[in-house]
Ligand binder design. Sequence first.
Ligand code: GLA
Length: 425
Amino acid sequence: MKKIATILACVAFAGMAQAQQTLPDPARDYGSNTAGYMFADVLAARDNPAFNRAIAATPPMGWNSWNAFRCDVDETKIRAMADSMVSSGLAKAGYRYLVIDDCWQSSRNKDGVLVPDAKRFPSGMKALSDYVHGKGLKFGLYSAAGYKTCQGRPGSRGYEWTDARTFADWGVDYLKYDWCYMPAWQEPFDAYARMRDALVATGRPIYFSASAGLRPDVLEWAPQAAHSWRFNKDIRPCWDCTGDRAANGIMSVLDRASQLQVALRVRPGSWSDADMLEVGNHGLSMAEQRAHFALWVLLASPLMIGTDLRTLDPEALDLLRNPALVSAHQDPLGMAGFRYRDFGDTEIWRRWLKDGADGKRRDMFVLLNRGNQAREIELEVDPDTVVSDMMASMVAVPVIGQSVKLTVQPHSATVLHVAGMRFKN
Ligand code: GLA
């Protein structure tokens, strides 16, 4: 017994030595040292107490280039988006992060440092970051845990420490980290924790967004490794997509959120990411966009706008700036909503909000009509509750008896704020 304990202690010690020796080494090439790499992973602590969760006390709000521009992104567009975020009032409403998704990278230099695409970003990332910061916004970039990004650009695998240092030097405040070109044996937690810890080591507070939505096990490891975690395939601007895209529509993201019970893992500092918004994009009616936005608020998902702000129509802009919805999204209690009633084509979703100053309970309800015909939805409420319409400047909604009955149009939602409910499941 004693002998076994001694052997185990020696193994653990050797492993610690390995981890201590190798983890802080910026130039470490994991790819050529698979055994040490795996051993360090086994020993890696699951949580890093120095990981700054306070910067994610409420879910982030911002803009990301992917849904709007895919790979057709460049510094002129990014500067224009920064300008628009300020002039449109979105920055004032709370949208702070401006994130460049995939395709900004071209190669690595002789020191292994990432080089931005010189044609699209001739001024370099530091200058762009300075510009964004000069507008009072925060700057974000994208990389991937694999050998390559999902669009085949250089990935961070084996270069985590170099890349984290580079991002910090460029003034990056937000990193979206994807999951492509990974060896099949790779434990996702270890790959993500490695970048998380490299970011921590830079000393710069950087929001860390895990984008590994295709992995079915994401809830088992991502909440410890990142500030937010995707749980679904890439979103598309359709209510119920069909064919190959059946898993990409708004309703399917919602079903996935319910199926995985993502709300149980959400708390301040750790958010489920329903993917970037499609508000403003062709493919969704205005009613569908309203429902989509309200549901993302209810899920406490990051609100990353994914449209060209130069051509955003006023109705969509008003939706994104809706004060009641933004305030519910940023609710300090930090709980995510869940499917509260399921009547088939119609559903009620509920998010508990922080009690009001008067001590009254506050709830957000989304009365959702998924179907193709107008339907009446009834929400039971307690006596003396005050019900308001969050989409319509908090106008009072009449309570008759102990319920609110509203006709909800097809593919749309009515969003209610209810003050004074007693606890009900
Ligand atoms: C994956 C992600 C998307 C986007 C692309 C970029 O598909 O899920 O959100 O970042 O990669 O290549």
